[in-house]
Design a protein around this ligand. Structure first.
Ligand code: FAD
Length: 554
């Protein structure tokens, strides 16, 4: 390691590391751990502060699409690799020439159990017994059965567990972590990666680190709103005039550009995994910082004038991409969900570890209390802190408050009242006469016990007598915007996570893992993810990279 200014580090153990990893997110950390276990020396260069090591996984909810698990067996879910792969393909809508994305989809279907699930169990991690059924597809083309496993402790505990496992190697100086350092470029010698040029972002000092292998683990480009806009595809609907950012702008996509300029193949950046129900983060850490809500199935989803979006009503849990496309096609860059407190208490959640403290802190009783009595704490917090979360005692008052949130009074009280009453009337008419697509989807979701726990029995939104006491009858309106999250595209890699050039040749000693690699192959999810395939793919791509490095001939 040769530093040319402010000699900040004196902890080097070697002039040349076995592997340099650009990025200390979950993909980088897992790669490091597997290499260190095989006595390789590793240097992780990460832009963030030491407390935030672990990247986005630290904030992730920890949902993972896994098959043939103990939890699935207990619930008699007849899953297998072929079925997972079939569902994956029908949701991904791959192109004919998506050779490597398809290879990675198969790799995931074949190895999510042994290389991800069993690996996590071996680290002492656990999953909740309930398996959720997400992304069922608008017409059944998504997950044909429940696969969404929730990590006990969320992504936060996953990151902390791995960092704990890395500690001994740090003490033995086998692992050096350069926090708040940025990889500016990869050093190549005769087309072989031999290290990286790095900047200490606190001091501005630049220096090179030599390594036999370089692993790009710098996250996805969707962390940058600019890049999201540049890569916006027509199929998403029109680009909204404003959208929120649910990732971390620290991953700016510049390393992607750098590798591309050196011949690496960057693909499918127009495939993204955004969400339709973002609100402004009340404690925003950067401009446009948003939170992604798990929108309530029982809420009515309305356009900016208060009319129900349709004819197909928007209901979460079936096709996230479809929801985003519909929301993006609206006249204004915001939509509304209208519901009551009773529905929100049972159904509303915010994606991520930050707002799921019972699961993050592994407090079973507190989680049980939330399931039985609703997540009152979260709703109270939103009412107190969020500008986008409106609570009122009656509809007139609610509409008044909604209109105060926009530059004009777009919502007509009579229009919105008629929309909600129409829905309520249908629900009240009893099961035999029900003919509303949203109610049909709610009833379908409630067939599966784990989803029944979080989905209300259809009941009128406005009329009294449905809530538990006065609070249950309070009305809520949530102002929602599209929120960007994950990039489904990235640097193309083979199954050893080696970066490929445009002729599909391996770029020697250069690897790419996690979101930077489009979760494998430069776009393993195709157009859609079965959901919960991100953390798990980061682990899979990382483990494949480490294995390939370990097996390299000396
Ligand atoms: C709130 C939230 C909830 C989520 N929930 C889930 C979930 O339930 N299930 C799921 O599967 N996925 C979930 N995800 C997505 C998942 O967390 C990410 O896709 C995954 O963590 C990406 O990991 P990564 O290591 O590839 O990249 P990142 O986590 O983005 O890490 C990249 C790292 O690289 C560093 N870096 C960037 N550029 C450079 C550079 N030039 N030089 C040096 N360092 C650099 C950054 O500092 C960062 O630490 C969620 C994400 C968020 C934000």
């Amino acid at each position: 390691m040769k530093e040319n200014k402010n000699k900040a580090s004196t902890t080097d153990i070697s002039d040349t590391f076995d592997t340099l990893i650009a990025g200390g997110g979950i993909a980088g950390l897992v790669t490091a751990l597997d290499l260190l276990k095989q006595e390789k020396s590793v240097c992780i260069v990460d832009r963030d502060t030491p407390e935030r090591l672990g990247g986005l996984a630290r904030w992730a909810f920890g949902g993972m699409a896994l098959s043939q698990t103990k939890q699935q067996h207990k619930l008699k879910i007849p899953d297998n690799s072929e079925r997972l792969l079939r569902d994956w393909h029908s949701f991904a809508e791959f192109n004919n020439n998506d050779y490597w994305p398809k290879q990675w989809a198969k790799e995931y279907a074949d190895h999510n159990n042994d290389r991800v699930y069993q690996y996590l169990l071996s680290l002492g991690l656990k999953f909740l017994p309930a398996v959720n059924w997400v992304e069922r597809g608008m017409f059944g083309e998504g997950n044909s059965l429940p696969r969404y496993h929730i990590l006990w402790g969320t992504g936060w505990h996953l990151v902390e567990t791995i960092i704990k496992k890395l500690q001994p190697y740090i003490q033995q100086h086998k692992l050096i972590i350069k926090h708040q350092h940025k990889v500016l470029s990869i050093n190549f010698s005769e087309k072989t990666a031999v290290g990286a040029h790095v900047e200490n972002e606190r001091t501005g000092a630049c220096f090179s680190i030599d390594a036999n292998n370089v692993v790009i683990a710098c996250g996805g480009i969707n962390s940058s709103t600019e890049r999201v806009k540049q890569n916006w595809a027509k199929s998403w609907g029109k680009l909204p005039s404003s959208l929120l950012n649910g990732a971390n702008p620290i991953s700016d996509g510049k390393l992607h550009d750098h590798i591309e300029a050196h011949g690496g193949k960057l693909t499918h950046l127009d495939n993204m995994w955004n969400y339709a129900a973002g609100i402004k983060h009340p404690q925003a850490e950067f401009e446009g910082h948003g939170l992604s809500l798990i929108p309530c199935k029982s809420a009515l989803w309305l356009d900016h004038t208060g009319k129900r979006i349709g004819p197909m009503p928007l209901v979460t849990g079936f096709d996230t991409r479809y929801l985003c496309q519909q929301v993006a096609s609206q006249e204004k860059p915001w939509t509304w969900q209208v519901l009551n407190w009773r529905i929100a208490a049972k159904e509303l959640a915010i994606s991520g570890s930050q707002h799921n403290s019972s699961i993050r802190d592994r407090k079973f009783l507190s989680l049980l209390k939330e399931l039985v009595f609703g997540n009152q704490k979260l709703l109270q917090q939103l009412e107190d802190e969020s500008d986008d979360f409106i609570v009122a005692d009656n509809l007139e008052h609610l509409v008044e408050k909604m209109n105060q949130k926009t530059e004009q009074s777009y919502i007509n009280y009579q229009v919105i009242k008629q929309q909600i009453e129409l829905f309520d009337e249908g629900v009240k008419s009893g099961e035999a006469l029900q003919n509303d697509e949203q109610v049909r989807r709610i009833n379908h979701a409630r067939q599966w016990q784990a989803d029944k726990l979080r989905t209300c029995k259809p009941a009128p939104i406005l009329s009294s007598g449905t809530g538990k006491g006065k609070k249950g009858e309070k009305l809520i309106a949530i102002k929602l915007q599209l929120i960007s999250r994950k990039s489904l595209g990235g640097l193309q890699t083979n199954l050893a996570s080696q970066v490929l050039d445009h002729q599909e040749n391996v770029m020697k000693n250069l690897y790419c893992v996690g979101e930077a690699a489009g979760f494998g192959g430069g776009g393993a999810s195709g157009k859609r993810s079965l959901e919960g395939t991100f953390l798990s793919s980061c682990i899979l791509t990382a483990r494949n990279a480490a294995e390939a490095i370990i097996k390299q001939p000396k």
